[in-house]
Design a protein around this ligand. Structure first.
Ligand code: HPA
Ligand code: ZN
Length: 331
């Protein structure tokens, strides 16, 4: 089974590029850019990665991102993730970035997007990895700030496929961002949002009905509403589930209690993703391995999860069919 997990070509649909910042690179950049970080050693960093909920993680994640200053830093960050894609057999990836985490520190939008997109172009050239970029608005900030970010992004629209919504979920419901998502839709962006990670399933309804999103990031709280489950199944709305993240942030107490198998058995379109792999102890293969080792996932389940990620990707139908055929070949 572990051999199968490793051999299957995969797509990743829920990955925050700032969350792939490994402690080694964080240290190198903190020295190069003279940015203090509150750790004395790599072991120190790993010890600090002991979270009790989403917010305790976000505080550390935003502090870590402060070492990213130059275009090369964003290139190196992205390139290191691409090397993990090669290791994990990810052949298509859709990466989130949080422009406000950087522009609020005086880093130009252009610096961030250029570094990331140059690395992704090289990934295509060197490894044939296809990708796209999704810009997330920070939901703990205001809609006005999200609108200003959307405005800034328009000059770089050719690099950005969609918009998303992340950061502190509780008390920052999708309804806070109706106008900015409507504007993003008018601009032709694909729409996704984190919903039903920590907050209840009403956030998933809001994301679908008020923001008109196409995919739900996380969405595991849908289990509490039979009516919502029925709708997610009928409409085959993708849920980009992140098992390691859910365990590390205490959304579930253990892998045994994770509901991904129930969602899958119910016929929902769920996939497996790594979210913030440098913080949550592992990349996509490790997420699959942890599930396999702890819950009753069959080979057929794993293949379905992998195929769902390609089915739900923002790629044209021809490429989708070609990738699904590659999965069949590997099987
Ligand atoms: N949830 C919300 N915001 C985030 C996450 C997450 O899992 N990761 C990075 N930003
Ligand atoms: Zn996420």
């Amino acid at each position: 089974m572990i051999e199968l997990i490793k051999r299957l070509p995969k797509a990743e649909l829920h990955l925050h590029i700032e969350g792939s910042l490994e402690p080694e690179l964080m240290f190198r950049l903190s020295k190069k850019n003279h940015i203090d970080i509150p750790y004395n050693s790599i072991e120190d960093v790993r010890e600090a990665y002991n979270f009790t909920n989403l917010q305790t993680f976000l505080d550390i994640y935003y502090a870590g991102a402060k070492v990213l200053i130059t275009e090369d830093d964003f290139y190196d960050l992205t390139w290191e993730y691409i090397l993990k894609c090669v290791e994990n057999n990810i052949i298509h990836t859709e990466i989130f970035f949080d422009p406000q985490t950087h522009t609020d520190r005086g880093i130009a939008f252009e610096t961030v997007i250029t570094g990331i997109s140059n690395a992704l172009a090289d990934a295509k050239e060197k490894y044939g990895i296809t990708s796209c970029i999704i810009m997330c608005f920070l939901r703990h900030l205001s809609q006005e700030e999200a609108l200003a970010t959307l405005e800034q992004s328009l000059a770089f629209k050719h690099h950005i496929v969609g918009v998303g919504l992340d950061s502190s979920e509780l008390n920052n419901p999708p309804s806070k961002f109706i106008e900015v998502f409507s504007r993003a839709k008018q601009e032709g962006f694909k729409l996704v949002a984190h919903a039903g990670e920590e907050a209840d399933f009403s956030y998933i309804y809001e994301a679908l009905d008020l923001l008109e999103i196409e995919r739900i990031d996380h969405g595991v709280q849908s289990i509490k509403s039979p009516a919502l489950l029925k709708r997610l199944k009928e409409e085959q709305i993708p849920l980009t589930v992140c098992p390691n993240s859910n365990i590390e942030l205490k959304v579930f107490d253990s892998y045994q209690q994770h509901n991904i198998k129930q969602l899958l058995d119910y016929g929902l379109n769920v996939s497996v993703n790594s979210d913030d792999p440098a913080y949550f102890k592992g990349y996509i293969n490790q997420n699959f391995i942890n599930l396999y080792e702890n819950i009753d996932l069959s080979a057929a389940d794993i293949i379905t999860l992998v195929k769902n990620s390609f089915r739900s990707a923002f790629i044209d139908d021809e490429l989708k069919q070609a990738y699904l055929a590659r999965v069949d070949e590997a099987v």
